[in-house]
Write a protein that binds this ligand. Sequence first.
Ligand code: PLP
Length: 406
Amino acid sequence: MSLNKFCEQGEVLTKDLLEEAKKNILWTAVRPDIVMERGKGMYLWDTEGKKYLDFIGGWAVTSLGHCPDQLKSALMEQSSQLVNASPSFYNIEMIKFAKLLVSNSCFDRVFFASTGAEANEGAIKIARKYGSKHLNGAYKIITTKGSFHGRTLATMAATGKDAWKDLYEPKAGGFVHVPFNDLQALVSATDEKTCAVMIEPIQGEGGVHEADCDYIKKLYDFCKEKDILLIFDEVQTGVARTGKLFAYEHYEIEPDVMTLAKGIGGGYPLAALMTKEYLNIFEAGDQGGTYSSQPLGMAVGLAIMTEVLQKKLWENAVDMEEYIKEKLYQLQTTYKLRNIRGKGLLLAFELPKDNAREVVNECLKAGLIINSPSPNTIRLIPPLIVEKLHVDEMIEILSGVLDRIQ
Ligand code: PLP
């Protein structure tokens, strides 16, 4: 029977859904034979009714958990008021949301987009505009090895991922990759054509590697001395994820540019490019987008950020970091876990063998969602609302799996 027929009858079967998925969806990723149907708080349910504890949260996206009331109300109320009047007009939600972000950060201006890659494209453009206006046409942007900045052609070229080296040639030019946490390499790579350095304060997709405090402080001084821009890609680290509202606060510096996405929309596609006043340098038409600042997304972002601020969710990130690490340290000897690391709710640890993918798959079968950014590494990025009882449940499932397969 066709899928339509099943849908009409309200008796959709997972096997039919999977068959249709495999027939119609362009293949881009290895996905398990699971179809997700519903989410609430820390949990997801599939079409078989199986429940999963979610310690990945849509990849650091569902900051308030799945389907929070704030997001539902914002979507319902705004969708009956105004969805999109076109980006050529101001709208009320855009003005309110911009004010909220500017008044809670060290930045003066914001441009709204839909994805992290799009916000980073904006950051690259602003750096090159700055280079053409103030640095004799300097255009090179230094990024770090192991970094991740997105999947558009320019942000893939910016990304320091070995596996992408030969993909989609010819590459967008003007990106130089240096080792992470190595100031000398960065200084040596800088020349009169350099206009900016773009960095993740904690490399997320690269495996949860933190920038040293001293490195970031010296990098900041170096950029100031050379008049080049310091861009913080906070797509993964922003919005209370690391125990501060924004990760740059850990280093007591103020970058020139910051990009946000993921957690800012709580699951709704939303991103922001934030800059200092002296970078308010685009001319009309240099930057834009059909969905930039559309009222529906702005209402969602406003609702999510208001809740994060009111509840001071970075404090929960700090408390839960401590609790998760304490629990992982208790497992350390039994399962030979190594290098338990990360800040706030962006955490990782290493297994003694390169079987992280197997551990992830077995956890999934046992009802826990975690992920493996590299063959021996497990990453945890749960929603900011995670509580001790969820951590206990996660540890119980994880240790059960490790008992079986380590
Ligand atoms: N920058 C960082 C640090 C990221 O972690 C990601 C996504 O994982 C991106 C950029 C790209 O964001 P998006 O997938 O929303 O384009």
